[in-house]
Design a binder for this molecule. Structure first.
Ligand SMILES: NC(=O)c1ccc[n+]([C@@H]2O[C@H](COP(=O)([O-])OP(=O)(O)OC[C@H]3O[C@@H](n4cnc5c(N)ncnc54)[C@H](OP(=O)(O)O)[C@@H]3O)[C@@H](O)[C@H]2O)c1
Length: 223
């Protein structure tokens, strides 16, 4: 069975992704910080292995890739877990240094370090997907810290594609989704008009199976 790591599988898009991947025959190793929530959603899913922890923790990343490698070569890695940096998000003049450092640690450093930790078991033609955002390409007041992390992650993804063309490297903007993170980004607003994360997941499955050229994609275009 093909073998994957997907971070942030206990909720939102990550949960939709692990659900659809195991339905498609993948074995998936996932993680999230809240152990009880992760166990509750992952235990009923055949083919899902999980380990609670923080992707910003190097020891946790190492344990996660070793757990995933027990199922064989890692053919897919999706860096989905992410940090918004506050709700409401502060404007840049009010962005505390430790908050910005935390955003970068989770959204930028952890994805690259997880890829590098997985390298001993990463299949030569593996697919790596890093979650981007429209905020990586556009500029919105209050989104500066998060957007900078996603923009830099897009850049890392493109650089990895140039350095390792035998693999597929995708930065994917899933579009607005009705999730806890989206609600935190719009505190107090009714976000019931946003699509559910399950609607974005098929675009990821399509990328994985059709393997178009490495690059930045919007889920709506892929679907
Ligand atoms: N929702 C949108 O509208 C939207 C739009 C554009 C891009 N995105 C991107 O899509 C991805 C998924 O977003 P989402 O809205 O589905 O988020 P979400 O509903 O908030 O879910 C985030 C998941 O990641 C886990 N997580 C967060 N920080 C973590 C950490 N440091 N270590 C390990 N796990 C962590 C969470 O569990 P714990 O809290 O228990 O750790 C949860 O399982 C993110 O990369 C986000 O930037 C989302």
């Amino acid at each position: 069975m093909p073998n994957a790591i997907v971070t942030g599988g206990s909720a939102g898009l990550g949960l939709a992704l692990i659900t659809d991947l195991v339905a498609a025959g993948w074995t998936v190793t996932t993680t999230a910080r809240n152990r009880a929530t992760l166990a509750q959603v992952a235990d009923p899913l055949d083919g899902v292995h999980w380990l609670a922890g923080d992707v910003a923790d190097p020891d946790h990343r190492e344990r996660l890739v070793r757990l995933a490698a027990e199922a064989g070569p890692i053919e897919l890695l999706i860096n989905n877990a992410s940090e918004l940096g506050g709700s409401p998000q502060p404007q840049l003049r009010d962005l505390a240094g430790d908050t910005f450092a935390r955003i970068l640690a989770v959204n930028l450093v952890a994805p690259l370090e997880l890829i590098n930790a997985a390298r001993p078991w990463l299949a030569p033609d593996a697919v790596i997907i890093n979650l981007s955002s429209d905020a990586a390409a556009d500029h919105y007041a209050g989104w500066g810290g998060y957007a900078a992390s996603k923009s830099a992650l897009d850049h890392l993804t493109a650089t990895l594609a140039a350095e390792e063309p035998e693999r597929r490297w995708y930065a994917v903007d899933p579009g607005d989704l009705r999730t806890a993170m989206h609600q935190a980004a719009f505190p107090g607003e009714d976000i019931s008009d946003r699509p559910l994360p399950e609607t974005a997941s098929p675009a990821f499955l399509r990328l994985i199976t059709t393997r178009p050229a490495s690059g930045r994609y919007r889920a709506a275009e892929v679907a």
